[in-house]
Ligand binder design. Structure first.
Ligand SMILES: C[S@@+](CC[C@H](N)C(=O)[O-])C[C@H]1O[C@@H](n2cnc3c(N)ncnc32)[C@H](O)[C@@H]1O
Length: 384
């Protein structure tokens, strides 16, 4: 009997529905300036802002900030953001969008760049030539040097746009045919090139940057955007130790942690790290876990340190997916609930976003939902 009551209580706290759209690229163009592995849709934080924020100009925090989806959406909706991540790449991706220059000033900056000089040879040249024609690589290096020597909101934004063009599968990218979100190892790229019978051809970078920046800035910004983005806080720290972020300073947390070892943020971004000059040792602290116990301990510590930063009664929304390990599927949301309770937080509910095609006849029925994709599971915890 007690078991039945517990099961009922658990199922009452699981909400199924299409809470935010499953359609691609429906949000502000600024979000799509750069792609990032395992980023969530801007509609996800937006949904939780409307669920849990009671006033404008609130403070939203994302401790695993990634490409800055939460922070940018917060600013677009008139809130401040605290963006934290352990990878300097993430801080750059988010911060470079805190000050958005005008299209005209960006294009004017591009016109002043001279890409003709011969840049210094670098250790990674050989690997990079698996992706780029030598003249394209020369242009990329010269452009990076120009941006570094003339640091400004314009060059920061242009660097961001450049990051998004480094490799991909269409002629809009600088590289030979490759993957847009993952920097594969050079050896793998060489194999792919010879299998396809292709070699990197020259791709002029400036026109590609210009046409991409026009797409990124296609949507106009709300007039209040900079008022909020200008006061964002950016922190480079591991979530287990965020001591430099003031206590009780955030009204809501929306985040998505690494899913065990599903994404290798260090190696998958090696070309972006090279372009930004991020040394290897600065990406060593990115967490990856092979066991669920280790992950749950990490999440317990993360939730404890996050709870300190949140105001009393605020909510923490943690998005996780189901992770396949061998033949087993690990429902990470259950472990987040466990970690939350261990950290002294209260489990409020879990939202399971279902896509249109999964249309459930009975949206409360867990078994039914197994037919659909359950990849977006958002555990909501509360600091009481
Ligand atoms: C799933 S991604 C977050 C994506 C983000 N929601 C977005 O939309 O871009 C997880 C992030 O956690 C970061 N990360 C990994 N270990 C970390 C740690 N110990 N502390 C802080 N951030 C960490 C990774 O660098 C990565 O950016």
């Amino acid at each position: 009997m007690e078991d039945l009551i517990l099961k009922k209580e658990i199922s009452d706290r699981r909400l199924f529905g299409e809470f935010w759209t499953a359609r691609q690229r429906q949000s502000h163009s600024l979000h799509y300036a750069v792609s990032y592995r395992a980023s969530f849709k801007p509609e996800l934080p937006s949904f939780f802002f409307s669920e849990f924020l009671t006033k404008k100009a609130s403070v939203v925090m994302d401790p695993f900030g990634g490409r800055g989806t939460t922070a940018i959406q917060a600013n677009l909706e008139g809130h401040y953001a605290i963006h934290n991540d352990v990878n300097p790449l993430s801080i750059f991706l988010a911060k470079s969008r805190s000050q958005i220059p005008s299209k005209d000033s960006l294009i004017k900056t591009l016109k002043n760049v001279d890409l003709s000089s011969k840049p210094k040879e670098e250790e990674l040249d050989e690997a990079l030539l698996a992706f780029y024609h030598k003249d394209t690589l020369r242009e990329i290096k010269n452009f990076r040097n120009f941006c570094d020597e003339n640091s400004s909101p314009e060059t920061n934004f242009l660097k961001l746009v450049t990051l998004s063009r480094l490799h991909g599968h269409s002629p809009g990218f600088f590289s030979v045919y490759s993957f847009p979100q993952v920097s594969i190892p050079a050896i793998q790229q060489r194999k792919n090139n010879s299998k396809k019978g292709i070699l990197p051809e020259y791709r002029a970078i400036l026109p590609r940057i210009e046409s991409k920046l026009k797409r990124d800035l296609a949507d106009s910004l709300p007039p209040f955007y900079h008022e909020f983005s200008g006061k964002n806080q950016y922190y480079l720290s591991s979530t287990e130790n965020m001591d430099q972020i003031p206590s009780e300073s955030a009204d809501l947390l929306v985040t998505s942690p690494p899913f065990l070892d599903k994404v290798d943020y260090k190696n998958d971004n090696w070309i972006r790290h090279w372009f930004l000059g991020i040394p290897d040792e600065q990406t060593d602290k990115i967490s990856m876990f092979s066991s669920i116990d280790e992950w749950t301990n990490f999440m317990t510590n993360t939730l404890k340190s996050s709870a300190r930063i949140l105001k009393r009664n605020s909510y923490l929304v943690i998005e996780v997916g189901e992770v396949k390990k061998g033949k087993n599927v690990i429902p990470l949301d259950d472990y987040v609930v466990e970690a939350g309770i261990r950290s002294g937080l209260t489990w409020s509910r879990t939202y399971i976003n279902t896509q249109k095609f999964t249309k459930l006849s009975n949206c409360w029925n867990v078994d039914n939902n197994e037919k659909g994709t359950n990849s977006n599971r958002c555990v909501v915890l509360q600091k009481i």
